[in-house]
Design a protein. Sequence first.
Length: 311
Amino acid sequence: MSVAKAGEFGLIARITARLPAGQSTLLGPGDDAAVVRAADGRVVASTDVLVEGRHFRRDWCTAQDVGHRAAAANLADIAAMGATPTALLVGLCVPTNLDARWAEELSDGLGAEAALVGAAVVGGDMSGSPTLTIAVTALGDLGGLAPVVRTGARPGDVVAMCGRLGYAAAGYTVLSRGFRTPKVLVDAYRRPEVPYSAGPEAAGLGATAMIDVSDGLLADIGHVAKGSGVAVDLRRDAFEVPRQMRDAAHALGVDPYTWVLAGGEDHALVATFPPGLALPPRWRVVGVVREGSGVTVDGRPFRGPTGWQHF
């Protein structure tokens, strides 16, 4: 059944019936607006848009994959502020001939990714459109902590990361060349594994700045450097390049460090911390903050792309 045959309200009913409530949901879908608990008294909010052909392809990803990716892109932004995600609002613009089951399975992916952090889809909007577009707004709770912003890095701080880098970019390259393996890389592109809990953890440890890697490490840590008025130097040997990535890079004629340093969409968290702080094992020190400006790798500018540019 197409979405046109299902009808707007029929499709909404089919989608909302599949969405579980979250821990902070006081009133979910079905009214003019949702009501979400904000125990901290402050709400962290972020919005991201995914456009078919630009951010995803239906021949590469299932509807559930797209739902996971759309939710992760927003939930990671909340975590990067040191907050815990609480709710998602979804705007869905679809071609009228789209199979209604695709929209239902998209909602399954959105709901499943949100459930990983105890959040839920609490509402949204829907419209017909010639281009399939998904706009997601995420809300979060700071839990009494100060937000960790991009502008707080100081000379002498260490740069540390939590999560994976390069996997999604490698998976994208593999898919764009017409292949479907290595599976670990393709799956990383389809469904990122985001270390959501590391965001509030970093805030509690005293992180001075933090960002999620959505556009590429060099580009994103560059936002921290510019906002903080400092320089950042990364160590190339601090980053692991797994065997599958090395093998794929060799087969495709790509420098794997281009994926690691400039590839996005893994949504690893990168933060700066005061020197001498004992960090949990999952946080890997990968560089240092210095006086100056810009981002270098082993003391030199990186030769090659530094990240994704939308325009």
